[in-house]
Ligand binder design. Sequence first.
Ligand SMILES: [Zn+2]
Length: 288
Amino acid sequence: MTVNEMKDYAAKTLAYFIKSMPDVPFTESDIIFDFAPPPRMATRYKALCEQYRPREIIIKEHEEQLANGTSGQAVIGESKSAVLVCTKQKYFKANLRYVILHELTHIYCAKAEIDDKHFIDIYGSGKPYNGDEALCDGYYIWSEFIADYYADKYSNIGQFTFESVRDEISQCLYKDITAGIKDNRRDFEWACLSLLTVFDAESIINRLNELDIIPGNSTYAQDARRLFNECVRLLYKQIQIEKPWKINEKFILELGEIYLAFETVNTLLSCEQMGGAEQVMKILMNKK
Ligand SMILES: [Zn+2]
């Protein structure tokens, strides 16, 4: 697609989003689309922030992410907001639609999730946050999950059965402790999303305990399965309510606490699978 075709399609997707979601807190003229190739993503993002979100503090890691594969980025302003789309990818319409719907859902949720306030302004958006780690991680996982959920729902890309996504989910949850420190939140969120957007989600929820998505019989494996299932059930309950985007601190905190417990157990499980702490140390030393 050329940039002009992308612009045109972005505008159509925005009109579709406004028609599909209830009480959209913005109009078509409130959203500005911008397009940039990877090397120009960070510069464009900074310029858009200056214009629409002057308080935003842009950290180095975020700039690097923007230059290395971020497909879309929302800039959520008080009145007007922007969606920056990376032009690197060879987009099919459905992919572009997904990216735009995802970013529009971020804007929608930030404006609608809490009455009179932007949750994102209080708790950050998964960025280094000086406050509560559980709140920060909980909000990150929630905001990406709900953005992917509506993007998936309205773009009709993911129409799968559980069996067809089982391996992908396991892969997302598999942690390689020897790979170094890695942010696993997006993988975790994607695992929850993949499970909850299958055709047969309802029946899968009813037999979560029987699914060996995380293999193994050790206590760590059992605990990791239990915590993942707890998280999936919590998200499932939330998407069943009339306005799933309405959240409160208790929900976000609960989600973040379960995720952090899962991460701890999953690290221990990974260590166990690699043959114990001593073995992991040996692998890491050899890598140096
Ligand atoms: Zn996102």
